[in-house]
Ligand binder design. Sequence first.
Ligand code: GLN
Length: 481
Amino acid sequence: MTIAEMRRELQAGRVTAVELTRACLERVEATDEQLNAFITVCAEEALVAAAEADRRIAGGETAPLLGIPLAVKDIFNVTDLPTTCGSKILANYVSPYTATAVARLTAQGAVIVGKLNMDEFAMGSSNENSAAGPVKNPWDLERIPGGSSGGSAAAVAARQVVAALGTDTGGSIRQPASHCGVVGLKPTYGRVSRYGVIAYASSLDQVGPLAGSVEDCALLLGAIAGYDSADSTSVDCPVPDYLATLKNGVAGKKIGLPREYFIEGLDPDVKRAVAEAIEVYRGLGAEIVEVSLPHTDYSVACYYLIATAEASSNLARYDGVRFGARKDSGQGLIGMYQETRAAGFGAEVKRRIMLGTYALSSGYYDAYYLKAQKVRTLVRQDFLNAFAQVDLLLTPVAPTPAFKIGEKVNDPLQMYLSDIFTIPVNLAGTCALSLPCGVSSEGLPIGLQLIGQPFAEADILQAAYAFEEATDWGGRVPELG
Ligand code: GLN
């Protein structure tokens, strides 16, 4: 069932929130040994919340998410639950407060059933950088689900939960959504509060939903979006009713194809699926034009300076004093810091802290960090120029379908290139979503990216809905043994 269907059944009294939550917990129990999508399952708390939701439904309340079981990436703080962020350094950390995005879901009566696996501190594209072990792609257990919100995407794909929250700094919602065959939306920077979300790269991080359908994504975005005085970067502009415009179609819309995204080296199955999607849009009455985003080539390099610089600063707080694990064999304070950080962080996180510290160090700051900031402005300008000509942009999400576990772990550069089509959107700060648009010759899901103007999430949701209705690619669920 989708959220919309669950809601109908709940309101009609044909099912209870406790029954839905039990079914969800049973599904997790039956499949998570294979998938490893969950880091924490909070069955007891969930059943209490579900019983409360049933009371509210009986009392006549109708909030859209009342009684709907959901899960969140383990980067969101939730009061009294562990938040590991996929890291050993936070292994014993229990949150004293709840992230705004999660609080907005539970205020409506949504039931949180657990916390989902992820790359450590959201650094990765394959979920292989998790202290809790890799997540398996439900379509092929030998393959990665994508990252860093790999647990969120796998859990939704396998219908352990109907929808989940993730975060996206350089593609971490869209790329796993694409590899797992679900819908994932990265809102405009500032659209959703980051309060209570563990920071990776603060100028890029954004919270968003992953779900089995476009409508459910729209519904969740409506629930979590909006100004929050606790996040100084959240933007105070009205949240439209995303469901109201969902069915308006794409007739007369101008869709741009950025020439730089249709490159050699694109997997032939991805190329074919995206080409077919373009024809679907043409058939629905959209006008397709070619556009150019000339600074695309610099995006990955620019991102790995800015993101690592911000990460090196954000992660300085994990020092064994205030948060999580400590290792101290009596070598003094500096020794304790060193031992704690050496033991607590994984290899990729250490690599990024070193890169970022280097980029910010005196003598190199201007050459690397400052220059990257200037390039970022050029990348953003590219998008704004394109949006002067078209309503939205259409591109692939990832250059290939999901790769094998282990295939790229020893080649960080290859791994970084998996986000070549998603990273520019974060640099520009605008919104984009990933939706299923085909399968590879090996039966792996392929995703389509729709990029919208800043704060025009309604436009890309509307275009995505039209595609989902016109094709059979949405809502497919893998068979698990
Ligand atoms: N894969 C990219 C990285 O490793 C993006 C991660 C993300 O969006 N959190 O930084």
